[in-house]
Design a protein around this ligand. Structure first.
Ligand SMILES: *Cc1c(COP(=O)(O)O)cnc(C)c1O
Length: 451
């Protein structure tokens, strides 16, 4: 870890504080207003309304302070009000909020593209195009791959999550709640077996063998020469923080290269220092042809990016890519500030430190309780998979009960997983050791109550 890294500063006291019962009266009143006007289809996992957020703390309208171990789903890695991001956004918002890059361009967009060319793996020439959401980035990565290769088929994997738009619903694996009732879905999408070490039938299978299993199925069911893109999350997010066995990603990437297939790494959740490196592919030295990025990129301002090989991105005709808001100037200013904060505070190092502090504690709890099948993840993208004691049977009830018990004590944690039995930890990377430790105390007690 760099010794010259600066420390984060906080506006709010970094301390958990639940003043009474919650949701308190103000949150309850807001919930009533909400029920009358907000669609039921958008559900919230925590029943309180936010007043302020900073560092590792979320404060609600009734004065309760929660420890945030979710970062708004891996978004506020630099905190929800990092002073550098706030200043950059304020400065930009006072000059112009929008002109549309496709009409009258501005420097921020170009500067973000320059940074992404530097930070993403590989020294080859790169191009970038900016959008608003992760799903939009994935959609456009597929558009680019199809346009550049002249092929149509796309491979996605079991347990994948790529978004909720029509094309990305088709790429996402889990039906309920993401797909059920929303079809028909786009064609030419093929799903292949993932490397999921904890749930492999043959626990001895290596990463390379798991890759060969997928490659064989692709060759038989699709044909390599029909395949435009192979799309994969280097660590699966929504699907359960599944870390593929070592060798899986490099073998797939190498095979894609041999066959002229565009290897797209969806780093929307795993990117931007979350796993202890700038990107999760860096852990195995994989250089994707195209990467999609969003969540952690701009401290909560809506921004996403597709960065990849110049020859692929430039194969698309002028006007073929874009969108009214893509690369909004305030979001670009925020992204530049986020990148600076991540470097100055060595947040990749912080993510590794969070792993060092957290994993041994979770492993000890696993040994003591018998409800944890596996502790996994990298950096500050960590998870525990809950099982029925003495088996590998998914224990979604325990995951739900643990999340509820943590919340009751003022700790926000998220669940995920194809079987709903995974607790995922995504703390802001700027969380203090003390606050993280307090949150883990609460989590451990909640797990022990399930044993
Ligand atoms: C969240 C996520 C998406 C979708 O991003 P949105 O901004 O919600 O559209 C895509 N891919 C991965 C890996 C994600 O985690």
């Amino acid at each position: 870890m760099s010794t010259s890294a600066t420390e984060p500063t906080y506006r709010l006291e970094q301390k958990r504080n639940i003043t009474g019962t919650f949701p308190g009266p103000k949150s309850a009143a807001l919930n009533e207003r909400r029920a009358a006007v907000v669609a039921k289809g958008v559900a919230s996992s925590v029943p309180v309304y936010v007043q302020d957020a900073d560092g590792g703390i979320i404060q609600d309208v009734d004065g309760n302070s929660f420890i945030d171990l979710g970062s708004g789903i891996a978004v506020t890695s630099v905190g929800a009000s990092d002073p550098a991001v706030v200043a950059a956004a304020q400065e930009q918002v006072a000059r112009f909020t929008h002109t549309c890059f496709m009409v009258t361009p501005y420097e921020g967009y170009v500067a973000v593209a320059e940074k992404l060319a530097e930070l993403t793996p590989g020294t080859h020439e790169k191009r970038t195009v900016l959008f608003n959401s992760g799903a939009e980035a994935v959609e456009n990565a597929i558009k680019i791959a199809r346009s550049a290769t002249g092929r149509q088929a796309v491979v996605a994997f079991d347990h994948a999550y790529h978004g909720r738009t029509n094309l990305t619903m088709g790429l996402t694996a889990k039906a309920m709640p993401y797909k059920t009732g929303f079809g028909p879905f786009a064609s030419e999408i093929y799903r292949m077996p993932m490397s999921y070490p904890f749930r492999e039938e043959n626990p001895e299978i290596t990463g390379t063998e798991a890759a060969e299993r997928a490659i064989l199925a692709i060759e038989k069911q699709i044909g390599a020469d029909q395949l435009a893109a192979l799309l994969i999350e280097p660590i699966q997010g929504e699907g359960g923080f599944i870390v593929p066995a070592e060798g899986f990603l490099p073998r797939l990437a190498a095979w894609a290269k041999e066959n002229g297939i565009v290897f797209i790494a969806d780093e929307v959740q795993s990117g931007f220092c979350r796993t202890g490196e700038w990107f999760a592919v860096n852990h195995e030295g994989v250089v994707p042809d195209i990467m999609t990025m969003a969540k952690g990129i701009a401290g909560g301002m809506p921004l996403s990016a597709v960065t990849g090989r110049a020859d692929l991105l430039d194969a698309v005709h002028p006007g073929g890519l874009g969108g009214t808001y893509g690369g909004n100037p305030v979001a670009c200013a925020s992204a530049l500030a986020v990148i600076e904060t991540m470097i100055e505070q060595d947040l990749a190092g912080r993510a590794r430190r969070i792993e060092e502090l957290t994993v041994p504690r979770l492993q000890e709890t696993a040994e003591k309780t018998g409800v944890i099948g596996e502790v996994r993840g990298r950096g500050a993208m960590l998870a525990i998979e809950l099982v029925k004691p003495g088996s590998k049977a998914p224990n979604a009830e325990a995951a739900k009960a643990i999340a509820a018990a943590c919340l009751a004590e003022g700790v926000i944690i998220l669940t995920c997983g194809t079987y709903g039995n995974v607790i995922r930890l995504l703390p802001p990377l700027v969380i203090s050791d003390e606050l993280l430790s307090d949150g883990l105390d609460v989590l451990e007690a909640a797990i022990r109550a399930q044993a």
